[in-house]
Write a protein that binds this ligand. Sequence first.
Ligand code: PLP
Length: 379
Amino acid sequence: MVDLKGQYEEIKDIVNTSVIDVIESTAFINGPEVHSFQKNLEDYLGLKHVIPCANGTDALQIAMMGLGLQPGDEVITADFTFAATVEVIALLQLTPVLVDVEPDTFNIDVFAIKKAITPKTKAIVPVHLFGQCANMDAIMDIAEAHDLFVIEDNAQAIGATYTSKDGSKASAGTIGHVASTSFFPSKNLGCYGDGGAIFTNDDELAHTLRGIVNHGMYKRYHHDVVGVNSRLDSIQAAVLNAKLPNLDTYNKARQDAARKYNHAFKGIKNVIIPKSGKACKELCDNCDCHVFHQYTLKIIGADRDALAKHLNDKGIPCGVYYPIPLHNQKAYKDSRYNEDDFTVTNQLVNEVISLPMHTELDDEQIEFITSTIIKFVDG
Ligand SMILES: *Cc1c(COP(=O)(O)O)cnc(C)c1O
């Protein structure tokens, strides 16, 4: 699905040098690489505060802790996402409220959000799934009308741009009150282990978050709040510093691959190509609205599982993200849920299939993958 080795070969010299430098300096924790990465990412995003932490799941949890959410507060998020999103809501004893997604973008459905709001609702967590922002204009409007926090789960969309209805552009993860991201190796900006970060433009919240990641300490050995230990280590920061200047090029390579996939599947019935959101009807040449963390097709009127097996038999990796709606997962079942409210997710779990997507895909690979799929669904 990803080719981390091929990407590493391109940046080997700089990565090796900076990792060895960290080892020689022995500044393994909170070293200069961490501070410079923080600054570099703030500059890249046009954001006031990046708070590095240990992984994307921690980032979400710490964001929720920083907002002061209390047990029993309801937090609305998408039914169709990776479990980390709902997991931290439940861990903090907040009440997860899962809602359906849009059939074309796979992102949280704003009508479903509106329907789910109660007097206990305190936050919305849109997940920018597969590399494309949720409908942030509408989500921010709803949040303002109901006095809710918006926490963007930006683990899959770093480097994507969101164009608002007034034409203004912002980086994914800089629109809500706070955002989280992950530097898991396969993410669009991945390190060589675990890593994550929290984003905010709010000075006071940033201060709170910086304490929470460090045992609730604002002054050495003074613990003002209950915190956690969640650090990005210096070696991972060195890798990220080496890769960040290439992020736009990496995302462009993903978009190029997506464009070639789209082209190959044009007119193939049974194969629905991913749709870019309202700001961008087609995947245009100069557009960053979708950075294709995943390239995900919908297979309609053909057997998705048989196709997945066929691809595996042919040596083509593929993935089903996600095979089970969160509201049907044992850990997150809740008698308040009504199956009729999840018609889209219930259908998507049977239709979606994600193809290999990374920065090193070449034309020959794409041709082999697409022709194998077309032969299967058309044949
Ligand atoms: C990867 C991911 C996370 C979690 O990130 P980790 O660094 O693996 O903890 C959270 N949310 C989404 C949507 C993700 O894709």
